[in-house]
Structure formats: C-alpha cells, structure tokens
Design a protein around this ligand. Sequence first.
Ligand code: ATP
Ligand code: MG
Length: 367
Amino acid sequence: MRIDKLSLKGFRNYEDLSIPFVPGVNLIVGDNAQGKTNLLEAICYLSTGHGFRTRKEAELIGFGKELADLEAEIWSYERERTLRAVLFSGRRPRQLYLSGVKQKTFAGMRGLLTTVLFCPEDLMVLKAGASARRKLLDDALCQLRPGYEKALTEYNRLLDHKSRILKDHRESPSLLDALPEFQNGLAHLGAIIISYRANYLQKLARCTAKFHLEFSGRKEALQLHYKTVSNIEDPLCGREELEKRLLEHQSSHLRAELETGQCLSGPHKDDLDVLLDGISLKAFGSQGQTRTAAISLKLAEREIFLEDTGEEPVLLLDDVLSELDPRRQDFVLNQIGTGQVFITCCEKDRVTELGKVITVERGKIKV
Ligand code: ATP
Ligand code: MG
C-alpha cells in the first residue's frame, strides 16, 4: 500500500500543493509551524475520514477559505485508486469520491489506505489516562473492522442519551421511563465492542511482547491485559454471554449511577494493563521502559495491520524519532525496512539521509 501523489487545496496552511512521494521513506523536513504535521493530517484524513488533531472539520479548512480539497493517488490491493474529500465551511456536508465516483459515506473508502500514526504523545500512552489507551484501540479497530466503528458510534450516541437521563432525572422523573431501552441497547452494542477489542488485544499482546523482548535485549517480559467491566472474566466468551453480563453489571450499578449522575458501567471505561516481568508499568515503569513498551506497541500495531489485511499500512512518524535516543531510533528504523513511511523532523536530524527529503516552508514545498 502506498501513496504516489497528494494534492491539497485550502487544507490548513496549504493553499495549493501537489506533491509526489516515493514508495520508501519520505522525510518531511522544516522549521516549526511550517506545515509538516498538517501534511500527515491530510493523509490521515483520507485514510480514516477525520483529522487526528481535531474532530471539527471546520478547523481543517484554511483560514478564510470556502473549502478544502484533498486528493491522494494511491496503490492498494493491486490497483491504482484516487481518494478525494472536499470539505466545506458552513453547514454543507463534505463530498467524498473514490476513483471519481461519489460516495454517500466514508464506508466505501475505509480500509483502502490504512495508516499507523506514531507521535510523541504515544510514547507516554502507557502512563497517561485510560482514554488515551482506548483511543489507541479504537483508532486501530475502526480501520480494520467496519462493524466496530458502526457499533462504537452508536454506543456513544446511546451513552450520551443515558448520561442526559442520569443528569436530569431529578428535575424530570419521567425521563427514567426510557432508561431500560438505553440500557438494553448499550449492553447489546457493548458486547460487540468488547468482543472486537478482546480479539484484537489477543493479537496485540502477543506481538507487542515479541517486539519488547527483542528491544530490551531479551531482558524484559511484557504482558498486556485487557481490563473491561469487572464481572466479565473472559472477554472472549462470546457476545451473548457478554451482553448478559453487561446487563447484570448495569443493574447492580444503577443506584450509584442515579446518585452520581454518571454512566459508571460499560466498555467506555475499558483499559489495558501492561506488566513488565509481572510489575505494573503504569505504576512503576521508568521513562525508558515506558517508551520502549510504547514503541513495541506501535510496531505491533503495524504488524497486525499487515497480517490482517495482507497489505503493509503506511507508517506516519510525526516528530517521534527526534524524541528518541539513537539506540531506540535505530531499533525503530531497523524494523521498518519495508513499506512506505512518512517521517517529519527538523533539518538537523541525522535521519535526513534515509530517504527522499521534502522541505516544507510556510505551506509550500521548497525546491
Ligand atoms: P512543528 O515542528 O512545530 O510540529 P509543523 O511543521 O508540524 O510544526 P503544523 O502543525 O503542520 O506545523 O502547522 C502549523 C501551522 O499551520 C501553524 O502556523 C498554524 O497556524 C497553521 N494552521 C493550522 N490550521 C490552519 C488552518 N485551518 N488554516 C490555516 N493555517 C492553519
Ligand atoms: Mg508538527
């Protein structure tokens, strides 16, 4: 899988850009605030259907512009294709095109260009709050499993409704009439979400442990555990059983939910635990161990994408190499001998010898 050419009009600080890429390493070089990350964000948009720094489409459109037009010529699953998105300021919905054919939703484009993004915040993902780790899972699964994104979107919609009921039921008790319907819906969708996550995490755990062992010089054994709703002992037990357990858990927490006005039960609280030689990384891991484990996690994600789809995902490394010491840089670079990679960095970096250098200056490519 690769991107041969990217064209942007009115996207963030790019007025009009058309740029060819090489199949190997593309180095995006430039001073701060010139548009390096913006370029990766455009690639991400065409891959996932949204930006990675914002969910607000309006922020992606160049200041004062009516629209943003993004187009990528890609090679994937043995074919040339073009992915195009036109975003409008105001209320007009976006337009999407796959090889010139208008698409009603992003569903038809999903998975044609898969990307694995790695940025400095990800280095601390194992120390951060649980939501960062859920996002890691969600970002991967939304690309790999169309059913997952559908279930997650609907789950979040129902969760919003339920939250409102829990907040406002004292003022308007009749709201509680609708609660059972939301509980049932959330348990049904929650079971789907948990079973996707459990299956993905099984692979991720195996693969992350493999990278971490190698990376730590065969010194540290990493274990990754999925932590979901407390009465679910085996998250791989099947959707029906999961749904039953989720309903039970919701009932036993209903009183607390009504008292606190918060949704306390469900996979929106999921987390993953990482143990190094049996000891919690979140509580006791050093900064170096945390980074090493995070890199292993990202490399594992890339490998699973390849295993799962048969296509090498495009790897986007935003500023991450400059954050790493030379030994860790080398480990990452040695693992990515194949596939297309985009690396943003400052001019001073030693990695600039690795591939095609693209110099960005104020939203333009310097030639
Ligand atoms: P750094 O090295 O600091 O990470 P960068 O080259 O990655 O910098 P970007 O984040 O890609 O920088 O670009 C930032 C620039 O883009 C900022 O100057 C910002 O004002 C501008 N920018 C962001 N959004 C828009 C927008 N919607 N319209 C126009 N310009 C924008
Ligand atoms: Mg940047």
